[in-house]
Ligand binder design. Structure first.
Ligand SMILES: [Ca+2]
Length: 353
C-alpha cells in the first residue's frame, strides 16, 4: 500500500463518484475544524473559588452524572491535535503522556491553542469544568503551530493510541481525501474497542471530510445553542457544519468557552462540538464500568451515545445532526427570557457564564 517514494493510491470523492488518484504524502494536508477563534484572554470569574460551567458543558447535562459520582475516572482520551498545554492550571495532571510527531521543539505554552481548547472541553477541572472532569488525556501532537500536519502522522497517532490503552480517540480535524492507511488504523482501533470521535467538518452542506466520513467513527456535527442568539428556537444549524449521511450526532459548537495557553477563549466549529461528545462518552464509559464491572465495548459505547440523543432539526435522523443532540437531559434545555437556561436545579454549585 505504501511505497518508498510516499506515493499512494487513494479514493477521491468528487460529485459523489469515487475515482482513483495518485497523491503524495504532503498532499494529505489536514486542517483544523475550528471555524473562528476569538483570541485568548483572562477569564474574569469575579468570585474566587466558584467554578463556572461553559454553556456547551451545561447543555450536555454532565452535572447530572457528576452528582452520581460519574466523572470519567480511569478513562484515557487520545487527543490527536495541535498538542495540549499541560501547564494550564485547569489541566493540571491531565496529560499522562505526550507523543510529538511534529518535533519542532516548540514549548507547550506556544502550541496552537486548538488542542488545549479541545482538551479543556473534555476534562478541564479548575476554574472551568469540562464534561468529564476526572478523565485524563494522552496528547498526540500531529499538527504544528499553524495547524498543519499530514494524515501520515494522524495514522501513526491512531495506532499509538491503541497500544497506549486509550478508550476514546478525539479527532477535531480532517482533510478532503480518503487515506487508506488511516482508514485501516481506524478499523483496527474500533476492533480494539476504542471509540473514535471525529468532527464532521466545517465545509458546509453536502460536504464530506475524512476521517469523519468513515462509517466506523462517530461523526459529530455542530449546532448553535448560543443563549444570546436572536433565535428563540434552539438549537439552530450553523452554516458551516458539514451535512452528509455519515453524521451520527450533534453537540454545541457555537462560541464555546474553554482553555487555551495562558487563559481562556471562545472558539466556534465542529472541532468544539466533538470533544463534548468525547467527554459524554467518558461519562458513559465510567458509568458502564461501575454498573457492569467491566469495560464497555466500542459498540456498546456507540449504542449508549446514540440512545441518549434528542431529535433536533429535521424530524428523525438528518444529515446535520444524525440521530440528534447528545445530552443526559430527558428533553432539550430551553432559554428563559433572562437568557439563562431553563433546566433542572444544579444545587447552585455552578454558574453560567
Ligand atoms: Ca433530526
Amino acid at each position: 500500500m505504501e511505497s518508498e517514494s510516499g506515493s499512494k493510491t487513494i479514493s477521491k470523492f468528487e460529485s459523489g463518484v469515487s475515482s482513483k488518484c495518485e497523491y503524495f504524502d504532503n498532499q494529505y494536508q489536514v486542517k483544523l475544524n475550528e471555524y473562528t477563534n476569538e483570541g485568548s484572554g483572562e477569564l474574569n470569574l469575579g468570585v474566587s473559588g466558584v467554578t463556572y460551567l461553559p454553556d456547551n458543558v451545561w447543555v450536555t447535562g454532565a452535572p447530572l452524572m457528576w452528582g452520581q459520582k460519574i466523572q470519567g475516572t480511569g478513562c484515557k482520551v487520545g487527543v490527536i491535535d495541535t498538542g495540549v498545554d499541560n501547564s494550564h492550571p485547569d489541566l493540571a495532571g491531565k496529560v499522562l503522556l505526550r507523543r510529538d510527531y511534529v518535533k519542532d521543539g516548540v514549548s507547550p505554552s506556544k502550541f496552537n491553542p486548538h488542542g488545549t481548547h479541545v482538551a479543556g472541553t473534555i476534562c478541564a477541572n479548575g476554574k472551568i469544568k469540562g464534561v468529564a472532569p476526572l478523565a485524563t488525556i494522552i496528547d498526540y501532537r500531529v499538527l504544528d503551530v499553524k495547524g498543519s500536519g499530514s494524515f501520515v502522522a494522524v495514522t501513526q497517532a491512531i495506532l499509538d493510541a491503541i497500544s497506549d490503552g486509550c478508550s476514546i480517540i478525539n479527532m477535531s480535524l480532517g482533510g478532503a481525501y480518503d487515506y487508506i492507511p488511516m482508514h485501516e488504523a481506524i478499523k483496527k482501533a474500533v476492533q480494539s474497542n476504542v471509540l473514535v470521535v471525529v468532527a464532521s467538518g466545517n465545509d458546509g452542506p453536502n460536504r464530506v471530510s475524512f476521517p469523519a466520513y468513515y462509517p466506523e467513527v462517530v461523526s459529530v456535527g455542530a449546532v448553535n445553542f448560543d443563549r444570546n442568539s436572536s433565535k428563540i428556537d434552539l438549537p439552530s444549524t450553523p452554516w458551516f457544519s458539514n451535512s452528509n449521511r455519515e453524521v451520527d450526532v450533534a453537540a454545541d459548537g457555537w462560541r464555546v468557552l474553554s482553555t487555551v495557553p495562558g487563559g481562556y477563549s471562545y472558539f466556534t466549529g465542529t472541532s468544539m462540538a466533538t470533544p463534548c461528545v468525547s467527554g459524554v462518552a467518558c461519562l458513559l464509559w465510567d458509568r458502564f464500568r461501575k454498573r457492569m464491572g467491566r469495560n464497555p465495548t466500542g459498540q456498546e459505547l456507540t449504542t449508549a451515545l446514540k440512545s441518549m440523543t434528542i431529535d433536533i432539526l429535521q424530524e428523525g435522523v438528518d444529515q446535520v445532526s444524525g440521530t440528534g443532540f447528545v445530552t443526559f437531559y430527558p428533553e432539550l434545555p430551553r432559554r428563559s427570557s433572562t437568557g439563562f437556561w431553563s433546566l433542572p436545579s444544579m444545587n447552585g454549585t455552578y454558574t453560567l457564564i
